[in-house]
Design a protein around this ligand. Structure first.
Ligand SMILES: [Zn+2]
Length: 69
């Protein structure tokens, strides 16, 4: 198995969370990226970011423009 970021070599590690049983995860020897089956499952089900919803700094809100015209 290769690292999803740099395609480096992954080694199995035991990942522990407070009060949770340890989970076998993976750590990249090159970039140090860590992942486990739960993280990978979240990446698959995560929806992509919406790019057109953000306002630029200093831009007027669309709602205010409509009220003026
Ligand atoms: Zn890596």
């Amino acid at each position: 198995m290769n690292c999803p970021r740099c395609h480096g070599f992954l080694v199995a590690i035991q990942m522990r969370d407070m009060g949770q049983p340890s989970v076998t995860g993976w750590r990249c020897l090159l970039c140090g990226a860590m992942t486990d089956p739960g993280i990978e499952a979240n990446k698959v089900s995560h929806s992509p970011p919406i790019r057109n919803g953000a306002r630029l700094p200093g831009a007027t809100a669309k709602r205010l423009k409509k009220e003026r015209s």
